[in-house]
Design a protein around this ligand. Structure first.
Ligand SMILES: Cc1cc2nc3c(=O)[nH]c(=O)nc-3n(C[C@H](O)[C@H](O)[C@H](O)COP(=O)(O)OP(=O)(O)OC[C@H]3O[C@@H](n4cnc5c(N)ncnc54)[C@H](O)[C@@H]3O)c2cc1C
Length: 339
């Protein structure tokens, strides 16, 4: 069954808790819901559109003058398996962390480091979510969805997803023209942990032996100690991406700031910690109206109460401008700005 609403309040549907409204809001539970809704309401076809998951990576600057499509497709299905791996199909509307928990309970390896990332599974390949040394692209097999230009179902294999650092085909070439309805993952039956991230292994050992449950617990513990809870202070996690620069540029910065963290990516490129630069530039805890740079993690911008999307955006622009002046590094937003 689809649900179509007019002048829909989005405050509870974005983790920044911005009180924007959408001209139309369409919630769907299947592909046929979408086609039914469009056949019954042909005026919707020409509206600009935005696909919504949990709104944990979106910043609304104003009311949305178009249709917000909200896929609520549920289900976690174990498909083909062999002695080593299992293929699992997950509906776009499944809360990502529920699937991670399911994988841990079922002793399947591969996504435990991605515990507690907010959002729905449909957004996972769009964003190519990542944390603690693991990216979704390492486990996605294929993505099923609806091509909104042809209204046909399409299956896109992992090699065609154009995955990169928080980027994919869905976020670029297919932006606003493709609704992910389900994602197929390949998880491992054999233990294989990724504990390279600094301090992770010792945190796991605080819980006991290295096993799936303890890795998940350790990740949850680290995350909750560092990141603000969106139900307390609206936020969307990291506001900026960690900049990727040439090794030469990284060396220059290292000479000027010997304590700057630099992670070599090979092939002549290095990743810098945006949070470190923002903190070094003195922004930690700094407010602008009702928006502020989080006082524990400088990469996160929070809504202190009644911030507008514009206040949050203005603060982010001030930070980015200052980082450009100070470090000659152009920060790129990870959060998607709407409006
Ligand atoms: C406290 C906090 C911590 C976070 N930590 C991390 C982290 O460690 N790593 C990380 O990678 N991210 C992190 N994030 C960001 C966010 O959780 C992820 O980007 C997440 O995948 C967004 O999911 P969502 O369902 O909320 O998507 P939304 O914010 O609703 O949408 C994000 C984008 O995906 C598109 N989209 C959503 N669903 C679909 C669909 N079914 N079909 C097509 N397009 C779709 C939207 O149009 C939009 O462009 C964090 C956010 C918060 C609030």
């Amino acid at each position: 069954m689809y649900k179509l609403l007019h002048n829909f309040q989005l405050k509870k549907f974005n983790t920044f808790a911005i009180p924007a409204t959408a001209k139309f809001y369409l919630s769907i539970e299947s592909l046929s819901d979408l086609t039914d809704a469009l056949i019954n309401n042909p005026q919707l076809i020409n509206e600009q559109r935005l696909v919504l998951g949990s709104g944990s990576n979106l910043l609304f600057l104003k009311d949305y003058d178009g249709i917000i499509i909200h896929p609520q497709i549920q289900g976690i299905q174990r498909l083909k398996e062999n002695d080593f791996t299992v293929e699992v199909e997950v509906g776009a509307g499944v809360k990502w962390d529920n699937f991670v928990e399911w994988s841990v309970v079922n002793e399947l390896y591969g996504i435990e480091n991605l515990s507690l990332i907010p959002g729905n599974t449909g957004a996972v390949p769009v964003q190519n979510i990542g944390a603690y040394g693991v990216e979704a692209s390492s486990v996605v097999e294929w993505v099923t969805g609806i091509d909104l230009i042809t209204m046909n179902q399409r299956i896109i294999h992992r090699f065609d997803c154009e995955f990169g650092y928080r980027i994919s085909l869905f976020k670029e070439k297919l932006k606003e023209n493709f609704i992910v309805t389900s994602v197929n993952f390949r998880l491992s039956k054999k233990p294989g942990y990724n504990l390279q991230y600094e301090g992770l292994e010792s945190k796991v050992r605080e819980f006991g032996e290295v096993n799936l449950v303890n890795v998940r617990q350790a990740i949850i513990k680290i995350r909750t100690s560092k990141l603000p809870d969106p139900s307390v202070y609206g936020n969307a996690g990291s506001f900026f991406k960690n900049p990727v620069v040439s090794d030469d540029a990284a060396d220059t910065l290292k000479r000027l700031y010997p304590d700057i963290p630099v992670y070599s990516l090979g092939s002549g490129f290095s990743k810098l910690a945006a949070g470190w630069m923002i903190e070094k530039a003195g922004w930690k805890g700094h407010s602008f109206g009702n928006a502020a740079i989080h006082d524990k993690q400088a990469l996160v911008i929070i809504n202190k109460g009644n911030a507008t999307g514009k206040e949050i955006f203005s603060l982010s622009e001030m930070v980015a401008e200052n980082i450009l002046q100070k470090f000659n590094i152009r920060l790129e937003r990870e959060v998607q700005v709407v409006g």
